[in-house]
Design a protein around this ligand. Structure first.
Ligand code: ADP
Ligand code: ASP
Ligand code: MG
Length: 403
């Protein structure tokens, strides 16, 4: 007998038929003699719809009240799934995040899990219940509901698997696993049998929505092996773990991220300490800076360009405008940009990945604005309108098309 954590995303529970389908997967697992803890997200587009509802009433509602609202989506799902399981004749108990012991910090909207006290889950399992837990939510030290950020149910599942030392953590979604690119956009994308935590973390951070990046970070930290698989097609998925037995692929995946703003400060003084003052100020305001490019000084001045998440663009510009060293300077914020990246542990030991990527972009007539690299990834910033074309071109350059 094993303890299995199964997570189902919004599309897997989008309507009554899908909820019944999930109930069958869960009860089959239970029937085979396993203890089962299930984590579910809100149905279909519920979270987006709730955000729209809030905006209609107050576009600048407090983050606390937003969390109170958004957490309700998952409450609907757990109750409906529990009812479906009851209908199939199995013992079941649904729990909200706080009932399942999720304590978080107080950063409403993107709270971090501090602890999962799994006593109640264990109690219910002891009673032979299938346990259904609301993903994406917890409780802070003020007993307020918090949410973990978009896609956060993946992290809820990994947190339960880690704290209960589960034998398996399965992330069910609407595609059959992790692919070399978004299979909905790139027809030739291939399913990966395995991928390392580090590669998956890069892919998730760089825009592959299939797993939330915090969930991968947590899985790596607590050594939770993840399996990403389809709730609609019963087939083996992708295993995410520390070391893969697969030969290191030069490039494991290609992603795009359109949640990017590029900010340029033209003509700052060419003296020491400028970068420190600019980025120190942004860091103090919790603004995460991604790619940074500083031009070589021309005499007395130089230009600094960097990227931030779109949602931080305006705030970053305001902060810069208030810096003495930026007084009177031109500060430009462009949100029509996208970041396209290739990821693969194999590139550490193989030269030439960058040049192949740049050649593919050149052949597709796409201009590169900025470049950033790490041991296992190369990212370029390009015009947002070129993003899909760029992913396709770069994917074709690295992943053989199997016909
Ligand atoms: P869920 O609702 O199950 O959490 P998501 O919509 O968050 O599902 O994530 C699944 C989606 O991720 C897929 O439908 C797919 O379009 C997208 N996706 C993006 N990149 C990839 C990739 N490299 N591999 C698989 N899916 C990807
Ligand atoms: N329902 C939340 C969202 O849409 C959490 C999740 O799906 O994981 O972001
Ligand atoms: Mg998701």
């Amino acid at each position: 007998m094993a303890l299995i954590v199964q997570k189902f995303g919004g599309s897997s529970v989008a309507n009554a038929e899908r909820v019944m389908n999930v109930a069958r997967i869960v009860t089959d697992t239970y029937k085979n003699g396993n203890d089962v803890v299930v984590v579910v997200s809100a149905q279909g587009d519920t979270t987006d719809d709730l955000i729209d509802k809030a905006k209609e009433i107050n576009p600048s509602a407090s983050k606390r009240e937003m969390d109170m609202l958004l957490a309700s989506g998952e409450q609907i799902s757990i109750a409906l799934l529990a009812m479906a399981i009851e209908k199939l004749g199995y013992p079941v108990c649904s729990l909200l995040g706080w009932q399942a012991g999720f304590s978080t910090n107080s950063v409403y909207g993107s709270a971090r899990i501090k602890k999962v006290n799994a006593e109640r889950i264990k109690l219910e399992i002891g009673k032979k219940n299938i346990v259904i837990v609301a993903g994406f939510q917890g409780l802070n030290k003020y007993d307020d509901i918090t949410t973990l950020g978009r896609g956060g149910s993946d992290t809820s599942a990994v947190a339960i698997a880690a704290s209960m030392h589960a034998d398996r953590c399965q992330i069910f979604t609407d595609v059959e696993g992790v692919y070399t690119a978004d299979p909905r956009k790139i027809k030739s994308a291939q399913k990966l049998n395995e991928i390392t935590y580090d590669e998956m973390l890069e892919l998730a951070t760089l825009g592959a929505q299939v797993l939330n990046n915090r969930s991968v970070e947590m899985a790596k930290k607590y050594n939770v092996t993840l399996e990403v698989l389809s709730s609609l097609v019963r087939a083996p998925g992708t295993i995410v773990k520390e070391v893969t037995t697969m030969e290191k692929m030069l490039v494991r995946g290609v992603t795009k991220d359109t949640d990017v703003a590029r900010i340029s400060i033209i003509g700052v003084s060419n003296v020491p300490g400028i970068a420190y003052k600019i980025f120190g100020k942004l860091a103090a305001k919790n603004i995460n800076v991604d790619i940074i490019l500083q031009s070589v000084g021309r005499g007395d001045t130089k230009d600094i360009t960097f990227t931030v998440a779109k949602s931080h663009g305006d705030e970053a510009v305001e902060i810069l405008k208030n810096l003495d060293l930026c007084t009177g300077l031109e500060i430009v914020c462009d949100t029509n940009v996208a970041k396209v990246s290739v990821v693969g542990a194999g590139m550490e030991t193989h030269p030439g990945v960058a040049s192949t990527m740049f050649e593919a972009l050149f052949e597709a007539d796409i201009n590169i604005q900025m470049i950033a690299t790490s041991e296992i990834k190369i990212s370029v910033l390009i015009d947002a309108a070129d993003a899909d074309k760029a992913v396709e071109a770069v994917h074709n350059a690295f992943i053989p098309v199997i016909s």
